[in-house]
Design a protein around this ligand. Structure first.
Ligand code: UDP
Length: 316
């Protein structure tokens, strides 16, 4: 197959590039490098079936030749990034998805939308299954990301129903692993880098909010299976092992062997406004439709991620 991956120089996009290349396909990674980095794909330079195009998918996308799949990963998924770049976040979710769908239609290619557990907002149903419509504040600071992804899902379904594009939607829950940006502001790189540097781990508010953390290899396996299967509507992919953020901080200290202290901080910017109180995927649909479930335990995934950051931070 010939596959276009938008956001291909990003954290998840670059792992998908690796996977599809390893399976013998041709991969074009497209990225404007706003939050992605060529560091994530430098090992692919010169690969005969890989190419990189620097482009912002908010603008019209031109790709010469046929395409079998368009995987639309381009986005600003870290709360800190989307609070800093709210309009770009809305544009890539709306205009970027429109351009990517238009390309898929023109090329008669299968399309994947990388959506998010944020479509559930601050959920009133727990754990969240795909039938839940969510609890999103459209005018709050997180609305720029959540609503752009909700719009992207609606647009994807409209292209499916009206233009008969062969579409898939994956709702990605908190995912971590090598190639996350050390400074992207999310809890996994924050805690691991703080622990490795011997700095205090910054638990926001009282640490009672929950998240469920999935390792990137498991997510990639789920996406590959999803693309190979006919599935109507969105599919959750995530690891249902739910931890409070305080428990996650303690686990990070254990895995890294760090003597850092844990501090409770109360950010005065909008970072924690509308922060979902709890989040855990119901993965029954993925289990039944894809025969998929996470394989990498959180401690093992964290160990691998810490190994990556040790090198990245120049600590080994
Ligand atoms: N968080 C924290 N300390 C940090 C960064 C994040 O306590 O240094 C909290 C944040 O308030 C949220 C959770 O960790 O409750 C997950 O945040 P993240 O930004 O990783 O992703 P989200 O799931 O909110 O999109």
């Amino acid at each position: 197959m010939r596959i276009l991956i938008t956001g291909g120089a990003g954290f998840i996009g670059s792992h998908l590039c690796d996977r599809y290349l390893a399976e013998g396909h041709e991969v074009i990674a497209m990225d404007n490098l706003s939050t992605g980095s060529t560091d994530n794909i430098v090992h692919l330079a010169g690969h005969p079936r890989f190419s990189f195009v620097k482009h912002n998918v908010t603008n019209y996308i031109y790709v010469a030749g046929p395409l079998d799949m368009v995987l639309h990963l381009a986005s600003l998924p870290s709360p800190v990034d989307y609070l800093n770049y709210p309009i770009q976040t809305l544009k890539v979710g709306a205009l970027g998805t429109h351009n990517s769908l238009g390309l898929a239609l023109a090329k008669q290619a299968k399309f994947l939308l990388a959506s998010t557990s944020e479509v559930y907002g601050d959920p009133l149903v727990h754990p969240q299954d795909e039938s839940y419509w969510g609890n999103v504040n459209p005018v709050g600071p997180r609305g720029v990301y959540d609503e752009s992804k909700r719009f992207a899902e609606a647009l994807t379904m409209a292209y499916h129903r009206y233009h008969h594009v062969d579409t898939r939607i994956v709702r990605i829950f908190n995912t971590y692993g090598p190639r996350m940006r050390a400074d992207d502001g999310r809890v996994v790189p924050n805690f691991i880098c703080q622990a490795l540097r011997g700095e205090p781990l910054t638990v926001y508010e009282d640490g009672s909010r929950t998240r469920s953390f999935g390792y990137v290899d498991d997510l990639v396996e789920g996406i590959v299976r999803l693309m190979a299967t006919d599935v109507e509507g969105p599919v959750n992919l995530g690891n249902p092992v739910e931890l409070t953020i305080l428990e996650f901080a303690q686990l990070t200290l254990k895995v890294t062997g760090s003597a850092s202290e844990i501090v409770f901080v109360h950010p005065t910017d909008e970072r924690t406004r509308d922060d979902p109180k709890q989040r855990c995927p119901d993965i029954s649909k993925a289990k039944a439709a894809l025969g998929w479930e996470p394989r990498v335990p959180v401690e093992e995934g964290l160990r691998k991620t810490a190994d990556y950051f040790r090198v990245k931070l120049g600590l080994v």
